[in-house]
Design a protein around this ligand. Sequence first.
Ligand code: RB5
Length: 152
Amino acid sequence: MKIALGSDHGGYRLKEEIKSFVQSLGHDVEDVGCDCSDSVDYPDYALPVCRKVVAGEADRGIVICGTGIGMSIAANKVPGIRCALVHDMFSAKATREHNDSNVLAMGERVIGPGLAQEIVRVWLETEFSEGERHVKRLKKIKTMEDEYSLHP
Ligand code: RB5
């Protein structure tokens, strides 16, 4: 798969570790930054990751900040993005099976690199269950997006 990856300064070190890890799993990574630990604004890096996902230029996205919270809030403003903030293995699997999440958010100040890698591995490997009840719920989210999105 092609994975778009981005972080702010609070997630920079974990992003670099996750980049190598995702590549070691055989995926292509497009890193949108940031490029060092200097202070930046997380929406500036959530947006390019999400743009690539909704445009089909990336299959999935991973966004990292200090807590993962700011990145997940920003990512979920982009119509078509289902971003899950995940810090445990159960949620990593469940959010793929139930929510068909296409962006994963994590916080460098919340979890260590070992757990983050295993979360990423499971999240990338797990397929959406496509169960009728899950599809119905995702359609309702799409209806919400359509109601509140601006259309030209
Ligand atoms: C940056 O200090 C921090 O606020 C950011 O990385 C993130 O945790 C925001 O949600």
